[in-house]
Design a protein around this ligand. Structure first.
Ligand code: CMC
Length: 430
């Protein structure tokens, strides 16, 4: 009688049975390799091109229950963090695994604040970008360039060095983002103001004009902080996977973060928030929603900001964003796109196509509408995703590096190409 925590596999090609151990609800893919038709057979592999059912790591950082629409960081529900915590505290939680006490939080905030300045050469480097360069392209390249300023970052197995790079990365992302924005607008760069909060400082670097000091509206500053909490981490998504994969070759954290940010840039991932606004503008008014939904169902484009690989229920972050939007609108005035978005949501959620496929609004559906009301250009939206996600990337990278038995990420393939054939000289190819 096989033991309970095992899986018995019968290979019908050979009539052989194999017993495979089940640990934490998973089998080890490598155990499949003992399933062979002959002694010299390579052994069975699993084919999972988009990792739809493959756990690439064991993690203690973030838990998502997609069926029930639950998101927790280190065990804490996202709803509690969003209403009671701050972005920097959540960043600490993600990276160190526990909430900081008062002293730890004060030191953490102080250390991040100390590193907000960019090397002056960064400005020269940024000046080389075309005047209408997309801020995400600028961000990806500039974060990668930080690797050249901090060669000490290569010491990835040194905990103190990792700590320093963590401060630098979290501190400098807003500064890079703000410089990219000011460059595009042809405005002089604004240096960080260490007397301000993380989000207050970002807003100052973006929006400060002639006045000596920029004071953000506290409601907007807080709303941005909540949005940052909601974007801080989301377990093994495309960019976290990129961060871990690049980091697994022991590349330094700056180039790994640049790679993760590049993954985020795509419209199926963090680029969706920008795409949602474009889509809503194209829909134009409520009367056009049914036609738009019909087109989506006929395969003419996707409803951006809807659907998720893991959530088969309402994304809990989208719910919090919708509530936060109302607070923001009390200050900024109502962004008319919110009513259009709610109409799109209403019609989609009544439609069999979306119901059957369990497609609900995700974090990107409402975030752009708030950002726009707060004065951000749609091209800056994905940057506003990348800034807070940096702490999640670092937490994932660090966990990967310190995991016992960590090795370079290297998937297998199912080779379906040509059998061996002889090289044909150029002149004889016809
Ligand atoms: N609009 C219309 N149909 C959709 C959508 C959508 N937004 N998303 C999925 N579907 C359909 C898809 O056509 C497929 O239908 P069928 O079974 O008939 O072929 C089915 O639903 C399953 O879709 P999938 O593409 O296999 O699902 P996936 O898990 O590979 O993709 C996704 C997930 C998020 C890329 C996808 O839902 C999507 O493209 N959404 C729009 C882009 C978006 O909002 N991205 C932000 C994701 S959340 C923030 C983040 O993590 O970055």
């Amino acid at each position: 009688m096989p033991s309970q925590d095992t899986l018995t596999i019968r290979d019908n090609r050979t009539d052989k049975d194999y017993e495979i151990e089940i640990v934490d609800g998973a089998i080890r893919a490598l155990d499949l390799r003992k399933v062979k038709v002959a002694e010299d057979d390579f052994g069975l592999m699993s084919y999972d091109p988009a990792f739809t059912n493959t756990a690439s790591c064991r993690s203690e950082i973030t838990m998502i229950d997609g069926e029930r629409g639950i998101l927790r960081h280190r065990g804490y529900p996202i709803e509690q963090l969003a209403t009671q915590s701050s972005y920097l505290e959540v960043a600490y939680l993600l990276i160190y695994g526990h909430l900081p006490n008062e002293k730890q939080l004060a030191e953490w905030e102080e250390n991040i604040t100390l590193h907000t300045m960019l090397h002056e050469n960064t400005k020269k480097f940024m000046e080389g970008f075309h005047h209408d360069a997309h801020p995400m392209g600028v961000l990806v390249s500039t974060v990668a360039a930080l690797s050249t300023f901090y060669p000490d970052a290569k010491d990835i197995h040194n905990e103190e060095s990792r700590k320093l790079q963590t401060y630098r990365l979290i501190a400098k992302m807003p500064t890079i983002a703000a410089y990219a924005y000011r460059h595009r607008r042809g405005l002089p760069y604004v240096y960080p103001d260490n007397g301000l909060s993380y989000t207050g400082n970002l807003m100052s670097m973006l929006f400060k004009m002639q006045r000596d000091k920029f004071v953000a509206n506290p409601v907007l500053e807080k709303a941005l902080d909540i949005l940052f909490i909601l974007h801080a981490d989301h377990e093994q998504n495309c960019s976290a996977n990129a961060m871990r994969s690049i980091g697994s070759s022991h590349a330094d954290p700056y180039v790994a973060t640049a790679g993760a940010a590049a993954a985020l840039y795509g419209p199926l991932h963090g680029g969706a928030n920008e795409a949602v606004l474009k889509m809503l503008r194209e829909i134009g008014s409520k009367k056009n929603v049914p036609k738009f939904i019909k087109d989506v169902k006929e395969g003419k484009g996707r409803l951006m900001g809807f659907g998720h690989r893991v959530y088969k229920n309402y994304d809990p972050r989208a719910k919090i964003i919708r509530d936060t939007a109302e607070q923001v609108f009390e200050v900024t005035g109502r962004n008319p796109l919110i009513d259009l978005a709610m109409e799109v949501e209403r019609i989609a959620l009544e439609d069999d196509y979306f119901v059957k496929r369990k497609l609900y609004p995700n974090v990107d559906f409402y975030s752009g509408i708030i950002y726009e009301a707060m004065g951000f250009h749609s091209r800056a939206f994905t940057v506003l995703f990348a800034i807070p996600r940096t702490s999640g990337w670092i937490a994932q990278w660090q966990e990967m590096l310190t995991e016992e038995g960590q090795r370079i990420a290297r998937p297998r393939q199912v080779y379906l190409g040509s059998e061996p054939r002889n090289y044909v000289p150029l002149g004889k190819r016809g």
